[in-house]
Each structure stands twice: as C-alpha cells, then as structure tokens.
Design a protein around this ligand. Structure first.
Ligand code: ATP
Length: 454
C-alpha cells in the first residue's frame, strides 16, 4: 500500500466547493439538511462531464451495451424479491446518555464515541425511504424510493432482450438517483442520503462469469485512470468470504484514498443468477435466455460494476487539488483533466478598454459554441488567471492590443504556465488538439512559443 495522499483536507475542499459554486449544503437558507447537497453552476458541469465520460465508455463506444432509464418508484414486490425489505439494514445502537445513534458494525468499543455513555442493544434499521403511492396512506400503498438503480435493469431484462435482439454477453447501463436513509453520515458528498449511481448489469453465460468479472474489474479501474486520477491513490480490494453480500459470488471494491482514508468508490460483483431467479419466482415470469447453440433455456449470470457519481466527483476534486507558486504568488489549483473540468476555456481581454471588447466578444461567442467557456475582464490578468486555476480551467485565451493588428491570441496552459500565440482562425482546432492531449508547444501554422512556463 502506498503512503501517498491527496494534498487536501476535507475542510479545505468543502470550503473551496462552497466558495466557488461547486457544491452547497441543501436548503442552506434553512440551515441545511443532513447529508443532502446541491451542486452549483460548476458542480453540475463536473457531474455532467463524469456521467458523459461514463456513458461514452460504457454505452456509446461498445456494441454489447444498451441504456435504460427506469423510474425511481417501483412495484413494492421488487424490493421483497431483491431481499431489500428483509435485509437492507444496518445494525443501529443508541447512546443512553446523549441519544446519538451509531452503526454498531463501525464502532471500535462498546461505549459511545462522543460521550463514553452506555449503548443500547443493536436494532436493525432498514435504509430504504418509505412513502405512499396515491392519496391513501396505508400499508397497501407503501412504495420505496429506490436504494439502487440495479433492480430497474433486472426487471426490464426481458423487455430489453426482446426489443434489441441482443445476444449474450450483453449489458444494460443506467445512471440515476438513489436514496438511502444512511445511519452514519458525514465526509461531505462521500455518504449522502440522496446520490447518483452509474450502474452496469452485464449478462453472461454461466461458466464465463469469472472471465467477465476479471475483465470488468480491469476495465473499470482503467476508466478512473483515464479521467486523470493518480494510480497510486486507487486500490482494488477483494471482499472476504464473510463480507460477501448474500447474492454475490465474488466482489471487489475500487477504493480511493480520500482525505479520511481508503474507502469504496465503486463495487464490482459477480451476482450469479440470483436476481433473475428471484424475480422470476416472485413475478411468475420465466426470465431466461434461449441459447441458439445448445437449444436450451438458460438463466444468465450477472456481473455488476456499480459506481457513484458523487464519490467519483469527490475523488476527482481531492486528486486534482494542489497549491504552488505561480509568477511569485501562491496559488490554489485543480489539475482537472480537460474531459471533466467544468469550464474548458476562459477568454480574458488584457484590459477593459473598449477597443478590445468587440474582438474579445467575438472569440468568446465562437468558443462557447464548442465548450463551456467563461469570460472575465474584472481585475488584473494575474488574479483572473488564478481564479481560473482554482476551478480547474485548463486553458486561458488572452486577447491584447496586438491581437487587433496581428489577429493572434495567446493560450496559457494551467499546469505548466506555458503560453503560445496562435492565429485566431486556428484557435478552435488548436484548443481541441490540446484538450485531446497534444503538447502545447506543437504549434499550428503561424503560431509561436510565447512563454516558457515555470
Ligand atoms: P458503503 O459500504 O460505503 O455504504 P455500499 O457497499 O453500500 O457502500 P454499494 O451498495 O456497493 O455501496 O453502492 C455502489 C456505489 O454507490 C458505491 O460504490 C458508491 O459509489 C455509491 N454509493 C452507495 N451509497 C452511497 C451514499 N450513501 N452516498 C454516495 N454514494 C453512495
């Protein structure tokens, strides 16, 4: 295990997120709501970029995967069959002195960690939020807010199979909100009561499940690396036999080294045929697959990579956070990969003088056709660069008085502080190439190196 650690503590990150509009406490003017968060203008872009990157990698670029968007409220029998009504519970204890509640499986001793008081015997507490469908609030009308998106994919297995004519192996992917009435909360967006999941249910022939499980573990780990997360801060942790959920044959967590230590960012499970068998029994429908080769009906096994949007966002922010010195001044910066950075380009006229306005606005209008772009003309250029660095904007485009003559602008790279000067007509193509990973000093025709950097 490595000793490396993100350079940020949670308080600093929470404060940056609040200050710059990534994440606010939910209903803040009323004092907030425990473990619920609102994503602000920058946070919503970060989340959207994460979801888009996931969808591109798991659905768009593959021919063995299709998408789904199932409703959050499902037939109550779903949660009977899945085992959630019976078993989706945490053991809860209460302090007899200060009445604070704890998960007994997370406590080290048998006393209250806050006041040292005596604790009650553990009681099982179901994590599903209950509500009622229709106007009558009685037992018959109870429904649950889904605690995972997975069940939507199991119950639609036959619909998807019949409408897409997919053959095994194939998968269904879904992104959506899930809700858990978590007992222990805290650690910012790591553990929320309302959160977003990105889940895959991959259906395979029994006997090939081990091979597909290993495939997905590697695939998913590589995806985090492709978003720019440092490999040293990622870890694969197999579940021990005693820890495995009742439905799982094998399970790995992809852990990230968050400021509070290693913790799960994604879980990948080999669920065997548990889900289709249970839903077939409960619904009376034969949820099987006709194998043309063997002329037999089989129940596919399922490999489930289950990731969280919020925990991925937190890992990206922790991993990207850095403090250094730029042009003799301390700065805070987020080394976010261009694919996830909320703002890709900032257009900065060197001065507020009116002569620069028309060209600056023209460049800004053009760039925002392609990317989330911001425009900033307030205060000194150095402060404006630092404002962009702090939110992770990878490139700044500066328009100066010479630009009016030579129709060229400078591009400044966030991490290296290097600058190049390029003709406006090749600005879009140049920025695209740099976002795709080309070195800044590979120049377009007519371009030149402007500043060597750090
Ligand atoms: P934990 O042990 O931390 O409670 P879990 O094992 O219950 O997590 P899973 O049921 O495997 O989590 O859910 C899959 C993924 O959904 C997790 O890896 C995580 O990214 C996300 N997730 C689960 N619960 C939460 C939550 N309360 N807040 C934010 N994300 C969550």
């Amino acid at each position: 295990m490595t000793e490396s650690r993100p350079a940020v503590d949670m308080e600093k990150l929470v404060s940056l997120c609040r200050r710059r509009g990534f994440i606010f406490p939910s209903s803040e003017i009323y004092g907030g709501l425990s473990s619920c968060w609102d994503y602000g203008p920058l946070g919503v872009e970060l989340k959207r970029n994460i979801k888009q990157a996931w969808w591109r990698a798991t659905v768009q670029r593959r021919d063995d995967m299709v998408g789904l968007d199932a409703s959050i409220l499902m037939h109550p029998q779903v949660w009977q069959a899945s085992g959630h009504v019976e078993g989706f519970s945490d053991p809860l204890v209460e302090c007899k002195e200060c009445h604070k509640r704890w998960r007994s499986d997370e406590l080290e001793g048998d006393k209250c960690p806050d006041c040292g008081g005596e604790l009650t015997e553990p009681k099982l507490f179901n994590l599903m939020f209950k509500t009622f469908i229709g106007p009558v609030e009685d037992e018959a009308n109870i429904v649950y807010l889904r605690p995972e998106t997975a069940q939507g994919m199991f119950v639609n297995f036959e619909n998807v199979l019949n409408t897409t004519r997919k053959r095994l192996p194939f998968g269904i992917a879904q992104i959506g909100k899930s809700f858990r009435n978590e007992v222990t909360t805290g650690n910012f967006i790591f553990r929320c009561r309302e959160f977003e999941q990105m889940e895959i249910e991959f259906f395979v022939k029994p006997g090939t499940d081990k091979q597909w499980f290993d495939y997905w573990v590697e695939e998913r780990l590589n995806w985090y690396v492709s978003l720019g997360i440092n490999k040293e801060n990622l870890q694969l942790r197999p579940h021990t036999k005693g820890e495995l959920a009742h439905y799982a044959r094998e399970c790995y967590d992809i852990n990230y080294l968050y400021p509070m230590g290693w913790a799960e960012m994604e879980g990948i499970a080999n669920r065997g045929d548990f889900d289709l068998v249970e839903h077939a029994k409960s619904s009376g429908k034969g949820l099987s697959y006709y194998d043309e080769e063997t002329k037999e009906h089989i129940v596919p096994y399922i490999i489930e990579p289950s990731a969280g949007v919020d925990r991925t966002a937190l890992a990206l922010l922790c991993d990207a956070y850095d403090e250094d010195v730029a042009d003799g001044e301390p700065r805070v910066l987020l080394h976010l990969h261009p694919s996830v950075a909320p703002i890709k380009v900032a257009v900065l006229p060197l001065s507020r003088k009116e002569t620069l306005a028309p060209l600056s606005q023209e460049v800004y209008a053009e760039l925002r056709q392609h990317w989330m772009t911001s425009f900033d003309e307030a205060q000194s250029i150095g402060r404006r660069y630092r404002r962009q660095d702090e939110i992770g904007t990878p490139f700044c485009v500066t328009i100066d008085f010479e630009s009016l003559e030579d129709k060229q602008v400078t591009i400044r790279e966030r991490d290296s502080l290097r600058q190049i000067r390029v003709p406006i007509e090749s600005l879009k193509a140049t920025l695209q190439a740099k976002m795709d990973g080309e070195d800044l000093f590979v120049l377009p025709e007519g371009g030149k190196i402007w500043k060597e950097g750090k």
